[in-house]
Design a binder for this molecule. Structure first.
Ligand code: ATP
Ligand code: MG
Length: 256
């Protein structure tokens, strides 16, 4: 049965999508069966996996509105080695359309139950908000991966996310836990980043992943080629770090 992880942080531009697609590609590389779900109307994780969001006939939107199953809506990304349940602008409407609908926060969980046996990992790229979409992700996940930059306000932003996760854990999903904080876009030459990294370890101890993702221009260039960095330039420092992170995740789930 697949282990399901949300990549979430309500702060924008912190590296959620980069983490999702590169972890997916890294896991595929080490032999894991992966489904990547794009839960963001921006559709960046879809495009970044080589799937054209404008040409998709069925997306996560249809799954949430129960007009399609995941088996019908997913597509295979041959180049990346994992399956994609894509998203596009249409998904922005789901938020409103789900208002007043029964068990609206459980839609994704129910849909996933049908295909979970086909995968080792399901990774969900969340939008930069704590919305109904993110809630659908949190309701079906075993854990949350929180990418963060080691900057001054990083810890402050974490409080809201941690509280939301606690509430979902208490009321909707007993399985949910923070699997770990992933330090991304890290530059060890910047003293402040080193200090915040030390603070993170002091506060969150083993909830901080061992792997650190460096700031690396190849990771930023890859999406314009419709590829995760791990596939676009496998020998780049950032790509090697994501494969290492994939191995750390495989080791973590053995202990779950
Ligand atoms: P949003 O909140 O809008 O969904 P996000 O949290 O998904 O954003 P990304 O889109 O992954 O963030 O990353 C933001 C920007 O930073 C992108 O331009 C991406 O290419 C770049 N980026 C992410 N990680 C790295 C890295 N390790 N090194 C260099 N650039 C990076
Ligand atoms: Mg994103």
């Amino acid at each position: 049965m697949a282990k399901i992880f949300c990549v979430a942080n309500q702060k924008g531009g912190v590296g959620k999508t980069t983490t999702t697609v590169n972890l997916a590609a890294g896991l595929a590389k080490v032999g894991q069966r992966v489904l990547m779900i794009d839960l963001d109307p921006q559709g960046n994780a879809t495009m970044g996996s080589g799937v054209d969001k404008r040409k998709l006939e069925l997306t996560i939107y249809d799954v949430l509105l129960e007009s399609a199953t995941i088996a019908e809506a997913r597509v295979k990304s041959e180049k990346c080695g994992y399956d994609v349940l894509g998203a596009n602008r249409e998904l922005a409407g789901a938020e409103v359309e789900l208002v007043g609908v029964e068990r609206r926060e459980k839609r994704l969980k129910l849909a996933l139950a049908e295909v979970a046996g086909e995968y080792d990992f399901v990774l969900i790229d969340c939008p930069p908000s704590l919305s109904m979409l993110t809630l659908n992700g949190l309701c079906c996940a075993h854990g949350v991966i929180v990418p963060m930059q080691c900057e001054y306000f990083a810890l402050e932003g974490l409080t809201d996310l941690v509280n939301t996760i606690k509430q979902v854990h208490a009321n909707l999903n007993k399985d949910l836990q923070i699997i770990g904080l992933l330090r991304v876009m890290f530059d060890p030459r910047i003293t402040l980043q080193q200090q915040v990294s030390d603070q993170l370890k002091a506060h969150f101890a083993d909830k901080v992943f061992n792997t650190v993702i460096p700031r690396n221009v190849r990771l930023a260039e890859a999406p314009s080629y419709g590829l995760p960095g791990v596939i676009f330039d496998p020998s780049a420092k950032g790509s090697l770090a994501f494969v290492e992170f994939a191995q750390e995740m495989v080791a973590r789930i053995q202990k779950m």
